[in-house]
Design a protein around this ligand. Structure first.
Ligand code: ATP
Ligand code: MG
Length: 283
């Protein structure tokens, strides 16, 4: 039975559980207990604060964990990052009060920067030869300049609206993060086999995210052109229709391209276009 550490509440909790659920691994939500065995896969979930996940995996208390790459980096944990999970995207950035005349990284020399990520920040400053004072605070970093604790901040940004609301301007992006799957560095062959199965399932989930299945009727005369518009995983499926001048064309596309493709296909005579959600793609 492998143990996987998951954030007990917070921004990563829900998506971590729904990722597991989407690959056939059901575990009870943390409201009921801190440790929950799956009935459908040889895994149990251990619910923790995200700060503790890298260390718990490094020490082997859990074999696996789902956590932000920012936490892994900040804690300097000796773990393996085995998959990027495509949610929890954010960045760690430097921001200054919006009225400041910021002219480059040298601006930070001799200034005070408030952050909850001192290790990532110090490394960045040292690499650039900037001598700034790092003020460690654990929460509400964005109010530090307004209350006089610091001249600037180094904090997590996703949309940037919190910075704007606090009169701050993002000036340097230092670290890009997303939720990742981590493992302990020493795995038994048995653990590895279960993890390989898990990764295989996660891959199929990641590949199918944002994809649509599209089928339509197309005049045979337009088929070559339609195939150019619809590159498929290998090549699109073409099926005959009762009428010899028409055929049915099926393909998988990125949802983001849907309306562009629809317009191009309509222009060459496509009719009866059906678009469906894709549940799984197993390559
Ligand atoms: P915990 O109680 O588990 O310690 P927390 O308050 O430290 O939780 P959350 O705010 O739940 O942490 O964020 C967890 C992770 O979500 C972050 O470390 C980061 O990787 C990711 N994340 C994505 N977007 C944001 C954002 N806008 N603000 C904060 N974290 C974000
Ligand atoms: Mg935390």
């Amino acid at each position: 039975m492998l143990r996987i550490a998951i954030q007990s509440k917070g921004r990563l909790n829900e998506e971590s559980l729904s990722l597991l659920q989407s690959i056939g691994i059901e575990v009870d939500a943390p409201k009921r207990k801190l440790l929950s065995k799956s009935q459908t896969f040889p895994i149990e979930a251990l619910y923790l604060r995200d700060d503790d996940i890298p260390h718990v995996v490094e020490s082997g208390t859990a074999t696996l964990g789902i956590v932000g790459l920012n936490e892994v980096e900040e804690r300097g944990a000796e773990v393996s990052v085995i998959a990027r999970l495509g949610f929890g995207a954010c960045r760690l950035s430097l921001a200054v009060p919006k009225g400041e005349d910021y002219d480059g990284i040298e601006w930070f020399s001799g200034r005070r920067i408030a952050t909850s990520y001192p290790n990532i920040l110090r490394k960045y400053l040292i690499e650039r030869g900037i001598d700034a004072k790092v003020e460690v605070i654990t929460g509400s970093v964005e109010i530090a300049p307004a209350v006089g604790i610091a001249d600037a901040i180094f904090d997590i940004v996703s949309s940037g609206s919190t910075l704007i609301a606090n009169g701050l301007r993002e000036v340097e992006t230092v670290f890009e993060s997303e939720a990742v799957l981590i493992t302990n560095k020493s795995l038994t062959a048995e653990d590895q086999a279960v993890i390989d199965d898990l990764l295989f399932r996660i891959d199929s989930e990641t590949v199918s995210r944002g994809k649509k299945y599209m089928l339509m009727n197309i005049p045979r005369a337009s088929l070559d052109e339609a195939i150019k518009i619809l590159p498929a995983m290998r090549s699109p499926t073409v099926m005959p229709l009762a009428s010899p001048d028409w055929c049915s064309l099926h393909s998988v596309i990125d949802a983001a391209d849907l309306w562009t493709k629809v317009r191009q296909l309509k222009a060459i005579g496509a009719e009866g276009i059906l678009v469906m959600d894709v549940d799984k793609i197993i390559l």
